[in-house]
Design a protein around this ligand. Structure first.
Ligand code: ADP
Ligand code: MG
Length: 643
């Protein structure tokens, strides 16, 4: 049987790249149809054809309205941020078009006998990972697995520096800090290499920070410079696109030179301006500081100092900016490691991981045996009612940075006697209330045994697999295991819609095919046939995940590990779970006054009385004192009260 080709796909925000393990067991980059290693993650939707990559990028200024850029930034949202031909498209469909094109390139070169691993930022949450998996399904890609980008980068680094043995496992022991600044996302991760092990200790990142933010700063700087020279640029799409393209070129030039000259045609005249590297650095200092902040956070979460870090590994094109390398060298005292090409590390590592997975399945020749562990990048919780306050709160079940895979059991209690059902609402994020979190979905335990008293135990199990996929299970001790529940996601596309999109994406046609399908698929709401959430209106939740902000609130990994190590369920009997409301039931009309609020109010009114008492007593004291004084010394009656 011929070998199955192990393929690694770095599905980047700005550029994607494909690597494979060649016949000698070494990773090589796989060029696309234009003989380019990188395929811009850009899709042009023409009526009759769909164009992905470089050609689409060339048309950016001219066919702006029909071009989708950086769909990765919107993954997890309902729709891509702009309409294409006045239609709203889910971002995973656009990602699917890119994956489809990469898949076609792979088949062109290697045939259909391949299996691919696609990478995602470690900071991607559940919904974004699911959306990425769905994009692969729509593209009909033979998807083996999804792996975190820093894990892939660490593997590539291990391969290049000879830190992987012949069989594939690392032969050194060290912590490495993977600093990945790409086009639209920033990830920083502490990875531990040890014998036979690649372990992610902690990860954090910023979904809304990347090279594109430096492009914007440069574009603003150029606009100001042109304005200072007397040339105001109107704020239209075409101008902005041109300015952005010039800004990117200037940014790249400043990575190797101290200054760059930018020429632009304004009002028919060719205008030139010069921008200094120092000026660019001054206007983007806060962005650099944002990455430094996140780096400090992840180090404190991993409980490591710079002396514990053996290597600082640079990943992502934007790390070529000298300001980034200076930041890391000056703060870490370690020379940054650029031994692996920062643009290729992720794709190469993904191919190594694909090979490893194939070896585990026993189908590849070059077996690599190593254990890879990940952590979850966002806490997973459950909405319950805290009995002390009677408020709905987010109870963390799996804290962030917990090693995966993991299983956590928690005990909850029913709210009322003879409760018929229990709703398990799964929350993702660090907030203490549901408002500060993303509702991932819900699971309902129905048909509870009749006659259960209030406060009866319900065991809830969260099972988080190595790929960041969650399974939720609830059961009632003493009544068998009858209540196993599937998590119904609030945001994922349904299977029916997924299959319909797959047909459209795999036609490799233009927007005309798309158009018909869109009318059918996007009737009202692409998620219409997913289950509604009963307690709150999900449409009110902002589309952009709040957890995309750099996280400050950390669940310390060691604490997490300890919880997870102890197999005993953590008792939390002061929490209870709500029964399921009838469908379309209105959310509770008014928040109940909590005992704590009542006490506070009582305390407040007690304080008022106390002060009032003091005032009255002081006034009586004054009057009595004055009367006694006037009795003794009548001439001091200056108020003439007793004359
Ligand atoms: P992603 O993985 O998000 O697609 P990449 O790792 O491909 O991102 O990096 C793309 C980013 O790197 C872009 O913002 C690009 O402008 C930037 N970049 C690439 N080369 C350079 C360079 N020489 N100097 C500065 N930035 C660069
Ligand atoms: Mg990248």
């Amino acid at each position: 049987m011929p070998d199955i080709h192990a393929i690694g796909i770095d599905l980047g925000t700005t550029r994607s790249a494909v690597s494979h393990v060649n016949a000698d067991g070494i990773t090589t980059m796989l060029p696309n149809g234009y003989e380019d290693i990188f395929t811009p993650s850009i899709v042009l939707f023409r009526d009759e054809e769909r164009i992905v990559g470089r050609e689409a990028e060339r048309r950016l200024e001219f066919e702006t309205a029909n071009i989708a850029v950086e769909p990765k930034r919107d993954m997890g949202d309902s729709y891509y941020r702009r309409t294409i031909q006045e239609k709203q498209i889910p971002p995973e469909v656009i990602q699917a078009c890119i994956l489809r094109s990469l898949r076609n390139d792979v088949i062109e070169r290697l045939g259909k006998n391949y299996h691919a691993v696609v990478t995602v930022p470690a900071y991607f949450d559940e919904s974004r990972r699911t959306a990425t998996g769905n994009a692969a399904k729509m593209a009909d890609l033979n998807l083996l697995d999804i792996v975190n980008e820093p894990t892939a980068a660490a593997l590539a680094f291990g391969e290049r520096l000879g830190y992987l043995k012949e069989s594939g496992e690392p032969n050194v022991e060290m912590n490495i800090l993977v600093y990945d600044l790409g086009g639209g996302t920033f990830d920083v991760t502490i990875v531990r290499l040890a014998d036979n092990l690649i372990e992610t200790i902690a990860t954090d990142g910023d979904m809304q920070l990347g090279g594109a933010d430096w492009d914007s700063r440069m574009a603003d700087l150029l606009r100001r410079k042109f304005a200072d020279a007397g040339f105001e640029l109107s704020d239209d799409d075409a101008n902005n696109m041109r300015l952005r393209r010039l800004a990117i070129d200037a940014k790249h030039t400043l990575s190797s030179r101290d200054q760059a000259t930018v020429r632009m045609e304004i009002d028919g005249r060719n205008i030139a301006t010069t921008v200094l590297r120092s000026e660019f650095e001054a206007c983007s200092r806060d962005l650099v500081e944002r990455t430094a902040f996140t780096t400090r956070q992840v180090m404190s979460a991993a409980k490591v100092g710079w002396s514990d870090i053996g290597r600082v590994l640079l990943v992502g094109g934007a790390t070529r900016m000298p300001m980034i390398q200076e930041l890391l060298t000056s703060t870490s005292g370690i020379p940054v490691d650029t031994s692996v090409n920062p643009d290729e590390a992720v794709a190469r590592g993904a191919a190594i991981y694909a090979q490893y997975r194939l070896a585990r399945k026993g189908v590849a020749t070059f077996a690599r045996e190593l254990t890879i562990t990940n952590v979850n990048s966002h806490s997973l919780g459950i909405e319950g009612i805290n009995m002390a306050t009677m408020r709905k709160e987010n109870s963390h079940v799996i804290p962030r940075n917990s090693p995966l895979p993991c299983v956590v059991n928690r005990k909850f209690v029913t709210k009322m006697a003879d409760q018929k059902s229990v709703v398990i609402k799964v929350l993702e994020g660090e907030g203490k209330t549901s408002d500060g979190c993303i509702p991932l979905g819900r699971a309902v335990l129905r048909n509870l045994p009749p006659g259960l008293p209030a406060g009866h135990s319900i065991h809830v199990e969260y099972r988080y697999d190595i790929n960041g996929r969650l399974a939720v299970r609830g059961h009632i001790p003493g009544y068998g295991d009858q209540a196993v529940v599937e998590l119904q996601r609030t945001r994922a596309l349904s299977d029916t819609r997924l299959a319909a999109w797959k047909t459209v994406v795999c036609q490799d046609g233009g927007f005309n095919d798309f158009h018909d399908a869109l009318n059918e698929l996007l009737v009202d709401d692409p998620f219409a046939d997913s289950d509604p959430v009963l307690f709150e209106d999900v449409s009110q939740v902002p589309l952009r995940a709040k957890s995309a902000e750099p996280a400050i609130d950390f669940g310390a990994p060691l604490v997490a590990s300890e919880i997870l190590k102890s197999d005993q369920p953590t008792e939390k009997s002061s929490w209870n779970l709500e029964p399921e409301l009838p469908r379309n039931a209105a959310p509770a009309a008014k928040a109940k006054v909590t005992p704590r609020a009542t006490t506070r109010r009582k305390k407040k009114s007690g304080l008022g009385l106390y002060i009032l008492g003091h005032i009255i007593a002081s006034a009586i004291g004054l009057v009595v004192g004055y009367y006694l004084l006037v009795l003794i010394r009548p001439e001091l009656d200056f108020l003439n009260l007793f004359k």
